[in-house]
Write a protein of this length. Structure first.
Length: 307
């Protein structure tokens, strides 16, 4: 009788252990499908499928870092231009500065995801460090690029919601500007550095996407002829009046001498005489991510509509 009782106990114990094991297995399976970093997904990149973390915890972005930051991506390394940008400097203070030309700086961050540009060197070395997703600058327009980063970070819906809202808001601002100044009102975007002047087309940052695409404002014909296809055109101080529109946006470094603004050539431009010049900080205007776009949209809305 004692033997029978012992056998019953053993069999019961086996069922209990088996049940507990099954429960533990279910919990383990659940933990790897709830978006933890140990789970992976296949991202369809422009260079082919890449196995990436479903929830990357240590992202190194040597390109498109501002787009990642706008979606609260967990950055541990960014390029020097993003790090020094005044719009991001405070938020990224504790993020390392890295370079694709020095792969060891990237490896030191122990990334689980790397974002790089197709024009960069050492891409094969980067792929050995961590899953690497490559983008070609200009292959996607500025809004589609943000949605694509959303897909990469499993935040596509959030990215798309911002895009839809931005398009609606900026289109409305554009309509209000035209209502105030006429349907044919023109705007020119100039930039100055220590040696040259530049005029931009509709997709070269500095607010060009916002003004020409989102707000649907007009560029002067001379700008369209010389800068639209190439993206930008280099010119001299003497040529500035030929490209100037009814409004002028000037991208310049606040730390540099901008003595051209004291010249007769500049001051005889009608937009300058009519106080229709909008100055923007060059260091804060060289990207087309949501943070930069919102920053510039606020500047443009105030300059055009709140005189």
């Amino acid at each position: 009788m004692k033997h029978i009782f012992f056998i019953i106990i053993v069999i019961s114990s086996i069922f209990v252990i088996s049940a507990c094991g099954s429960e533990s297995s279910d919990q383990a399976q659940s933990s790897t499908t709830n978006g933890e970093s140990s789970d992976t997904v296949t991202y369809e990149s422009e260079t082919g499928p890449v196995e990436i973390p479903a929830d990357p915890q240590r992202i190194v972005a040597v390109t498109n870092a501002p787009n990642v930051h706008a979606l609260d991506g967990k950055l541990v390394g960014v390029d020097q231009w993003t790090k020094s940008n005044p719009l991001f400097a405070d938020d990224l203070e504790d993020v390392a500065t890295v370079s694709e030309n020095e792969p060891e700086t990237i490896m030191a961050q122990e990334p689980d995801l790397i974002i790089a540009g197709s024009h960069m060197e050492n891409l094969e070395e980067l792929k050995k460090i961590a899953p690497t997703v490559i983008y070609t600058w200009g292959k996607l327009d500025y809004l589609s690029q943000q949605v694509e980063i959303g897909k990469l970070l499993n935040k596509e819906e959030e990215a798309q919601e911002w895009v839809d809202d931005f398009k609606q808001r900026t289109a409305k601002i554009g309509e209000e500007i035209k209502a105030d100044y006429g349907e044919e009102v023109t705007v020119t975007v100039f930039e100055v550095d220590a040696k040259n002047f530049y005029v931009f087309g509709d997709n070269w940052a500095r607010g060009t996407e916002t003004l020409y695409q989102a707000m649907d404002l007009n560029m002067p014909e001379k700008v369209r002829e010389d800068a639209l296809e190439e993206g930008y055109h280099t010119l001299s101080l003497e040529a500035l009046p030929e490209y100037a529109g009814d409004f002028i946006v000037v991208s310049k470094k606040t730390s540099e001498d901008n003595e051209f603004m004291e010249s007769d050539t500049w001051n005889n431009i009608p937009a300058v005489q009519n106080n229709r010049v909008i100055e923007i900080d060059q260091d804060a205007s060289t990207y087309s991510d949501p943070i930069t776009l919102e920053y510039l949209t606020d500047i443009f809305e105030e300059a055009f509509l709140e005189e």
